[in-house]
Design a protein around this ligand. Structure first.
Ligand SMILES: C[S@@+](CC[C@H](N)C(=O)[O-])C[C@H]1O[C@@H](n2cnc3c(N)ncnc32)[C@H](O)[C@@H]1O
Length: 280
């Protein structure tokens, strides 16, 4: 199952299985690289002691709860607060001041940020914390909305709760922990002031309706699992979703592909930060 190409009959069964998953669950495996899907499928096949896509397709029909486990296996949801600290440091030092200056110049109060593929909310809250930290007493002069979206229900539930273990907040600076979290019953809960800035919603980056009017989009460590065709669609969608001069923050191992490459100006390539090029 982990091989890139399977014998023709197994390759056909693999494609039949993908179509069945799309039909039954409206979940499009073609958004991901085939090799990645095969690796994740192999985990579920092993877990069920099944050794072919054909038998696994029958199992899915017989036991629909297996679908949940499969989709969970396909959508890896690990995240961290301030994941890749240098990215967030650069964002705090350079991007936020530029954004605020631009908003003041245009006399605009609303700031909309999208954390696409937000998993359990760590990225979304990290952004809200930095906005609050930068603006300090001036926070009330702006209306800040940080939208966290993901396809995974369980992650979104956790994100909405905003409760994390000691291990999960290990990247959060001590002064941020005391300022933006409440420690109670062995859990760190995000304070209401930060929670009030964020909103979590289910949204599929592949089939969901396009979102728009964002000043900043974070989409980090999501596209790595996507096929090349999907990469291009994703980045074009983000381009269209950004306001003029808006910023796009991608994962450190991700890259812009195809037409999207000409549409973003590199701000800091090492940190994966780009700005929308305004094409007149
Ligand atoms: C590895 S996590 C990255 C989380 C966070 N952005 C970070 O960098 O820490 C990838 C997330 O992308 C989500 N995801 C995968 N496919 C998606 C899709 N088609 N639409 C929306 N979210 C998706 C997964 O559910 C998962 O939570």
């Amino acid at each position: 199952m982990t091989k890139k190409y399977l014998p023709a009959d197994q390759e056909r069964d693999f494609n039949v299985l993908k179509r069945q998953i799309l039909k039954d669950k409206n979940f499009d495996c073609n958004q991901y690289r085939d090799n990645y899907v095969k690796r994740r499928l192999a985990i579920r096949l092993r877990a069920n002691n099944v050794d072919s896509c054909k038998d696994y397709a029958i199992l899915l029909k017989r036991d629909p709860t297996e679908y949940d486990k499969l989709i969970e296996a396909l959508t890896i949801t690990v995240s961290e607060f301030f994941r890749d600290t240098s990215v967030f440091a650069y964002f705090r030092k350079t991007v936020i001041p530029a954004l605020i200056q631009d908003k003041r110049r245009k006399n605009q109060k609303i700031i909309r940020i999208w954390s696409a593929g937000c998993a359990s909310g760590e990225e979304t809250y990290s952004i809200a914390i930095l906005m609050s930290d930068f603006l300090g007493a001036n926070l009330g002069n702006f209306l800040i909305f940080v939208h966290g979206t993901d396809i995974d229900d369980e992650s979104l539930e956790k994100a909405k709760r905003g409760e994390y273990t000691f291990e999960e907040v290990k990247n959060v600076r001590k002064n941020f922990l005391s300022r933006y979290f409440i420690f109670d019953r062995e859990k760190y809960s995000v304070r209401d002031k930060i929670k009030g800035m964020v909103k979590f919603k289910k949204h599929d980056l592949v089939s969901g309706k396009p979102l728009a009017h964002f000043d900043v989009i974070f989409c980090r460590n999501v596209s790595i699992y996507f096929s090349m065709d999907m990469h291009e669609k994703l980045y074009m969608d983000f381009y269209n979703a950004l306001n003029d001069d808006g910023f796009f923050v991608m994962g450190k191992t991700e890259m812009l592909y195809g037409n999207a490459r000409g549409l973003f100006i590199p701000v800091n390539v090492r940190e994966g930060i780009y700005q929308k090029k305004v094409v007149k």
